[in-house]
Design a protein around this ligand. Structure first.
Ligand SMILES: C[S@@+](CC[C@H](N)C(=O)[O-])C[C@H]1O[C@@H](n2cnc3c(N)ncnc32)[C@H](O)[C@@H]1O
Length: 338
């Protein structure tokens, strides 16, 4: 069967230019990792002057893992069976457990594009041992979390989210935002602001509905305002299933490292990776987005390999590079704990 995926419209003009190519890369990587190579012939195609991602796949049953993943790609806006130029819409099954305003309300300089964050999350999850049970609540860490785009994406999917960030303003802004959001949503929750090992910390537990909250079926958000190296002192080894992070770009937003370990993204990753690696559980995976004008893919790949991580380096993973602006050429790299 041939299928056509209509790519989500992006609010960001620059991202929109790369969105279809990124959709092809996301589909190819997920197809390879989770769907045993069932997806083939992935390409960008114009149908009636609109750009689609088209591909071949076996006919999926509505509740299949294939349909679940296809429904939840960052790229997916709508999915159609494609037969001799005719499009037949297919029913999607979303993993979203709350409204998309969770991810879209916050606007600030330095925010990682929401669609790209979802894509990075998806390809990291796809590379982990947990890709076949994507709805099981996982523990997700963003050790450079800014104002929490990854944390919100994790929560959106129904996972527990932990963030570490050294910028005090980001910490305060996120604490305000998330507490207001749970109140506005009238979700049962408990928020505690305190300290851990001398670092300011927010602990929030929430129930997606009253009955689940009563039954103790809660999601946890933890945010620690500290240097990323504090991950080692604050969390037990092997605490997280996934690490998903957008590293400083080494320009503009990366320049606010007052008092932190390094201004240079590669130096930061060299210092932080042993700590992050120790925090990952067996079967876990790490996905890092970075500016490849300041560090080469081979540098990151060597670094991950040196810490006993197995880098996903098939051609499917080489299609994510895209332009953000004249000083940022963003790419991503994913590796799993063997
Ligand atoms: C590209 S931004 C991530 C933005 C985030 N994904 C968001 O959407 O808000 C990188 C973040 O890393 C933080 N950072 C840089 N060096 C750090 C360090 N040593 N420890 C903790 N955070 C750090 C920066 O302050 C910045 O917020």
């Amino acid at each position: 069967m041939r299928y056509a995926l209509l790519v989500s419209p992006s609010a960001n003009r620059v991202y929109a230019q790369s969105a279809t190519a990124l959709g092809c890369a996301e589909l190819a990587a997920v197809g390879e990792q989770v769907l045993n190579g069932a997806i083939s012939n992935v390409r960008e195609e114009l149908l009636g002057s609109v750009s689609y991602v088209t591909f071949d796949a076996p006919e999926p049953s509505p509740r299949s893992l294939q349909m679940a993943w296809l429904s939840n790609l960052a790229a997916t806006f709508a999915l159609f069976g494609l037969d001799q130029g005719k499009l037949s819409p297919l029913e999607l099954t979303s993993w979203d457990s709350c409204g998309s305003d969770l991810i879209s309300i916050q606007k600030y300089p330095g925010k990682t594009n929401e669609a790209f964050t979802k894509l990075l999350f998806n390809v990291t999850l796809a590379a982990s041992a947990f890709a076949h049970e994507p709805r099981r609540p996982l523990s997700v860490l963003d050790p450079l979390c800014g104002r929490g785009t990854t944390l919100n994406q994790a929560l959106m999917y129904g996972h527990h989210a932990t963030g570490v960030e050294h910028d005090k303003k980001d910490f305060e802004a996120y604490c305000l935002f998330i507490q207001r959001w749970v109140k506005d949503q009238r979700l049962k929750h408990q928020a505690t602001l305190g300290h851990v090992k001398g670092h300011p910390k927010l602990d929030l537990t929430l129930g997606l509905d009253k009955d689940r909250y009563k039954a103790g079926d809660v999601l946890r958000i933890n945010y620690v305002n500290a240097d990323t190296l504090a991950v080692a002192e604050v969390f037990q080894p092997r605490s997280f299933d996934l690490i998903v992070t957008d590293a400083p770009y080494g320009v503009q937003h990366g320049a606010k490292n007052d008092g932190a370990i390094s201004r240079k993204p590669l130096e930061l990753l060299v210092a932080a990776l042993p700590v992050w690696r120790a925090a990952l559980r067996p079967g876990g995976a790490v996905g890092i987005a970075w500016n490849n004008l300041v560090a080469r893919r081979s540098d990151l790949s060597d670094l991950l390999t040196a810490h006993a991580l197995s880098v996903c380096d098939s051609p499917a993973y080489l299609g994510f590079e895209h332009r953000v602006d004249s000083s940022i050429q963003r790419d991503l790299i994913v590796a799993r704990v063997p």
